[in-house]
Write a protein that binds this ligand. Structure first.
Ligand code: BTN
Length: 325
């Protein structure tokens, strides 16, 4: 018997006798007991009492697949959720699964990463059980040149999920950092495997600092990075947040493929922290100027003394509220 069927049955927290469960699921009472044991090993707190039966005493604040329940049927991201207590990098594992044929929407979540990857060859701080480390396998029917748009769309989904969770204004720093109060709360790393004109798969890696406190971060990041809990003053339900984020990613990915970037670009620009700001961009060469926005391809538009330049990649810095990272 699948432990997930038992979990659904016990989901309301009410007592249910072993006999009643066995009858509803069409299994023996011994099979019910085995499933209870399996769930307990996964970390669920299940009470058992003679004469009353079993009840789910509470969730465990682990990112278990059974806890990450989307409220709506996904449009495109239908794959399973794969959970690990510890992994080097959820992106690395998702890439391996994608190479082995994992279906679109396969999501890898971990409680802890020992070698979390950041953009530009950096590492991503990944302390255990506090934050979200998520990688989603995508198989977009688009040419490789359009793939950078996926990271911008993901930034919109992450920023809107954070705003909905905290009630605070979440901003995006091009291309895809998400900020709260000028500090980085989430980062996105897309990794791609493609032929010349066809994407095999993209792994969309998302790290969101949910419940990490100031002291959970190394000293050099304490002022540059923040977490949702730090900004809104209460802990965040990690599994609930993850389910809601996956719903938004599914809807926004569907919109990109069905209707293009126009509507998403507007939503991106509404949250863009850099528009109107004076920035320096370190890329193939260094430029300085005032940000005008992004274009239909997701490039950053910077007005310099030589005219408006399109920036496709690079590290952007500015003087003022945002302190880098
Ligand atoms: C950045 O540098 O801003 C991007 C950080 C991306 C971190 C996430 S955490 C989940 C996924 N697995 C990784 O190894 N990295 C991404």
């Amino acid at each position: 018997m699948g432990a997930d069927r038992l979990l659904r049955l016990l989901g309301d927290g009410a007592w249910r006798s072993g006999e009643e469960i066995a009858g509803e699921l069409g299994v023996t009472r011994a099979a019910v007991w085995k499933a209870v044991e399996r769930l307990r090993r996964q970390g669920y707190a299940i009470d058992a009492a003679a004469g009353r039966g079993y009840r789910l005493a509470g969730t465990t604040d682990r990112l278990l697949p059974g806890e990450i329940r989307p409220a709506v049927e996904p449009r495109r991201l239908r794959g399973p959720v794969v959970h690990r207590d510890v992994v080097d990098s959820t992106n690395r594992l998702a890439i391996d699964l994608a190479r082995d044929g994992a279906e679109e929407g396969t999501a890898v979540v971990a409680e802890e990463q020992t070698a979390g990857r950041g953009r530009l060859g950096r590492t991503w701080e990944s302390p255990p059980r506090l934050n979200l480390y998520l990688s989603v396998v995508l198989r977009p029917p688009m040419p490789p040149v359009d793939v950078p748009l996926l990271a911008l769309v993901a930034a919109v989904a992450v920023a809107e999920a954070i705003a909905a969770e905290t009630g605070l204004r979440a901003e995006i720093k091009w291309p895809n950092d998400v900020l709260l109060g000028g500090r980085k709360a989430a980062g996105i790393l897309t990794e791609l495997e493609a032929e010349a004109d066809r994407v095999r798969f993209v792994v969309l890696g998302i790290g969101v600092n949910l419940n990490a406190g100031r002291d959970d971060l190394p000293p050099e990041l304490r002022d540059k990075a923040t977490s949702l809990a730090r900004e809104c003053g209460r802990p965040v339900d990690r599994a609930g947040f993850t389910a809601r984020l996956l719903e938004r990613l599914d809807a926004d990915y569907d919109e990109l493929l069905a209707a293009g970037f126009t509507g998403l670009r507007r939503r991106y620009e509404e949250r863009h922290a850099l528009t109107g700001r004076w920035v320096a961009v370190e890329g193939a060469r260094r430029i300085e100027g005032e940000v005008r926005g992004i274009d239909a391809d997701g490039a950053l538009l910077v007005e310099t003394t030589a005219g408006v330049e399109r920036v496709l990649s690079g590290e952007v810095t500015l003087a003022g509220a945002y302190r880098g990272g």
